[in-house]
Structures are given as C-alpha cells and as structure tokens.
Design a protein around this ligand. Structure first.
Ligand SMILES: [Zn+2]
Length: 344
C-alpha cells in the first residue's frame, strides 16, 4: 500500500512538473471534440466510429475510447479519481448514448483512480486476474485520491471544460468514504491466455505477456483499426516507472516488449501508458532504454560502484527524457534485480 501511495505521488509530482507534455496543445486544438470535457486526439475516425486518446496533456495514464458507430464504447483506463467522471461522460458523447465496456491495463492508481465513475455504468469490465488483489490492497490510497478529487480538478489546466470537470470530480469526493473494493474491480478476469472481446462490431484482443511493468499488465489490440494500447509497458519520451513490489522486472519487461512489438506493422498507432502517441518505434525506444540501462548498471556493478552513487548517475541515453525524478528509481530497481539474480 505504501508503495502504491508513493508511486501515485511520484507520478503526480512528475506530471505536476509538466515533464511529459511537450507540444500537446497544437494537436489537441486541431482534433478537439466540440462537446468534450477533456481534450481528445482522433487517432482513427470514421463518423462516430473511431479511436480517441487523451494522451500526454491531462494528468494520469493515457486513456483511449473506442466507438463502434452504433452506440457502443470501450474505455481503456481511468486516470485519477478527479477525471473518471469526465472520461465516462466524454465516452458517452463520443459514442452517442453509449453502452460502455471497460478495461484496466494494470492496477496503478494513476490508471484506476477514476474507476468508480466508470465501473458504475460499465456492465462488462476486464482486467488481469492479479489486478484485484492489488487494487484491494491499495484501497486506502484510492479512497484518499477520491477525497482529493475536487481539489485536484480545481488545480487543472483552464483549457479543460472546467465547470463540468469540477462537478463530476465533486461527486467523486462526495462518495469517497463509501468506496469499497467492488467500486474498482472487473467483472471478468483475464489470465495468461489472450482474450478477444466484442464492442459492438469491433473486436479487441486483451493480452498479458507475463510480469513486466507490473505483474498484471494487459495490452489492448484492435486489429480492425490497427491501434494498440500498451499500458505502462511503454513510457514514450519519459523515464519508465519501476515498481518492484508491484511486480516490475526489467527482464520480464523486455520480454513483454518483444512480444508486444510483434502485434505491430508499419501503420500501427501505438498508445503508450504515458507520453505521446506514436508508432512501433516508441516500443523499440522503450526496449532500447531497458537494454542500455541494464548494460550501464551491470558495467557499474562490475566496477563496484555503490548503489547510492549509481542511482544518482545520469547516463547519456537519459538526454531529453522527461520524468527525470524517477530515473534513480529505475536504476535502483535494475540494481536490486541483478543483485537478487546474482548477475551483477
Ligand atoms: Zn503503471
């Protein structure tokens, strides 16, 4: 629970520092949906059928909404408690009176904090089977997040539709004390086998590739639209967040990325967990980061560099990456994993 609380705070601090959001404004103005509360980028659009993402310019993990053009919507992830209601209302307006299906990519509070606002309207909700225990264990921090929802919304960018955002966040704060684990949990748990789900006529494949960023990572692939949401297996242009107590493993993460990459071709739109939407090159960049980090930490351990010195180091491949506050944490996690495995 303390780690989850800390991870929430660390990511919040990084978000507050504005590290993740270069050049988002021009994109969102061009593609902004007229009636929406949050800014959404149209990634694929054909009338009411399409894929929209709120990526990089609003706090929390990147959210996607998929609509089938006939009143069905899939929401992928829920950001923070302050934003869950806005995501739900935007999905309804994007899909016109939507029936909502919901997927969590993993348990971290910047992806599940907004769950209660979506869970109450989504009949079908999917997550990996290891998410439930983790969400239940972090229930206190999720309730604290809900208590602070109205205050957090009040501090957000004035470019958002603020009145609606404040009202919805206020409703979350009002119910914070009554939230139980069920307000966050899926109806269907995914194991290690891929699972195809239907959102109207659209098929999406949910897949877990073993422990990576956490022990309950799920990717969401929509082949007919050639769009992939990687969850936090990819931090685009940012240092990745390591959470060893939540199941992070650098070796597993690299293995997952190699598998995820196989889902993509030249045209695939890749939505990362954090940072800007891209193509499969953002998966390659994440893999390269891990390979370099592993090699750099191994080299320093061979020289006998102590851990506290090592976690303060800045390697040349760090140049230009956001979320600098968590770089030392990434180094430390790799150090601990190598030491534990006797590979140092
Ligand atoms: Zn995460």
């Amino acid at each position: 629970m303390t780690i989850d609380r800390r991870s929430f705070l660390v990511i919040s601090a990084a978000v507050a520092a504005g590290a993740a959001f270069p050049a988002a404004a021009s994109v969102r103005r061009r593609n902004r949906v007229a009636e929406s509360i949050l800014p959404w980028d149209a990634l694929r659009e054909d009338g009411k059928r399409g894929v929209w993402a709120s990526a990089g310019d609003v706090p929390g993990g990147n959210v996607a909404i998929v609509t089938d053009g006939a009143g069905e919507a899939l929401i992928i992830d829920a950001k923070f408690a302050s934003l869950g209601g806005a995501i739900r209302e935007d999905a309804k307006s994007l899909a016109s009176a939507a029936s909502i299906t919901f997927v969590n990519t993993h348990h971290h509070g910047d992806h599940t904090g907004g769950n209660p606002a979506i869970v109450e309207v989504a009949a079908k909700r999917y997550a990996h089977e290891k998410l439930s225990g983790r969400v239940t264990a972090q229930l206190d921090s999720l309730r604290q997040q809900a208590s602070a929802a109205a205050a957090q919304a009040g501090r957000m960018d004035a470019a958002l539709n603020h009145d609606a955002l404040l009202e919805l966040a206020g409703r979350m704060t009002d119910r914070a004390e009554t939230l139980d684990a069920a307000a966050f949990l899926p109806t269907v748990q995914i194991g290690d086998e891929p699972r195809n789900i239907h959102v109207g006529a659209i098929e999406a494949s949910l897949e877990h590739f073993g422990p990576g960023h956490t022990d309950n990572d799920l990717t969401v692939h929509i082949p007919s639209m050639n769009v992939l949401h990687t969850g936090d297996l990819v931090f685009s242009g940012l240092h990745p967040f390591f959470d060893p107590d939540g199941g992070s493993t650098v070796f597993g993460w690299m293995e997952s990325l190699q598998q995820v990459r196989k889902l993509c071709d030249d045209e695939t739109v890749v939505i990362p967990g954090h940072g800007k939407v891209g193509d499969r090159s953002i998966i390659d960049a994440q893999l390269q980061y891990h390979e370099r980090l592993l090699a750099a930490v191994q080299a320093e351990m061979k020289k006998g560099t102590p851990k506290d010195e090592l976690t303060a180091m800045k390697f040349d491949f760090f140049e230009g990456l956001g979320f600098e506050q968590i770089a030392g944490r990434a180094i430390g996690a790799v150090y601990d994993e190598l030491e534990k495995n006797g590979n140092g």
